[in-house]
Design a protein around this ligand. Structure first.
Ligand SMILES: Cc1cc2nc3c(=O)[nH]c(=O)nc-3n(C[C@H](O)[C@H](O)[C@H](O)COP(=O)(O)O)c2cc1C
Length: 189
């Protein structure tokens, strides 16, 4: 049987990003139950309809990666109580047709999960709400139970800033289990 393919989309380009570290922790939790890749998309341009066709190479590459995935797992920071602009920009590109001839877009009905971590108190709740709302608008199939929100990241970092999920590890494990089931159910529909 083919392994489930999960594509992680991290809403931060920061080298030491907590959300990227959370994605790597999720990869570890999934182990050999899934193929887990982090999407690199720092090179896509700002959305500009004048540039849509021919499709910029970086956009074509991320669209192919999303198309090939069985599920998309978002790891979002919170910027001013919203999802970061770079995630909105990415999703705007992904929501558009693959080419002038092929009007299909790659997001529709794709199973998704949402997680996020912040040093602050909100745990990225507000950002996740804005992201979840957008994912619904672009017809993605969002797993709302459970979403993982991690607040007070400082409590889960060692002295060098490396993420150690002392409190949240069981919740990450639970979310990974649920997401595998969520994807599996949809694959067999
Ligand atoms: C423009 C900006 C706005 C921010 N707004 C919030 C916020 O509304 N709530 C919050 O908890 N943290 C906020 N932060 C702090 C981020 O949560 C923190 O920098 C976090 O580490 C970013 O995620 P990353 O580590 O994955 O890059 C903000 C940071 C930036 C740069």
């Amino acid at each position: 049987m083919e392994k489930i393919k999960i594509l992680a989309i991290v809403g931060s380009l920061r080298k030491d990003s907590l959300n990227r570290q959370l994605a790597l922790a999720a990869k570890e939790v999934l182990g050999d139950r899934a193929e887990f890749t982090i999407l690199e998309y720092g090179d896509i341009p700002m959305m500009n309809e004048d540039m849509e066709f021919p499709t910029p190479a970086a956009v074509a590459r991320v669209r192919e990666a999303v198309k090939a995935a069985d599920g998309i797992w978002f790891f979002t920071p919170e910027y001013n109580h919203f999802m970061p602009g770079l995630l909105k920009n990415l999703l705007d590109w992904l929501s558009r047709p693959m080419s002038q001839e092929l009007r299909r877009q790659v997001l529709a009905r794709k199973p998704t999960a949402i997680s996020g971590i912040t040093p602050g108190l909100s745990g990225t709740c507000s950002a996740q709400d804005t992201l979840g709302s957008l994912l619904g608008i672009v017809n993605m199939d969002v797993m709302n139970s459970l979403r993982l929100t991690i607040a007070n990241a400082g409590q889960e970092q060692d002295k060098d800033g490396k993420l150690k999920l002392t409190v949240s590890q069981p919740f990450l494990e639970k979310q990974a289990d649920l997401f595998l089931k969520f994807i599996d159910k949809r694959k067999n529909l």
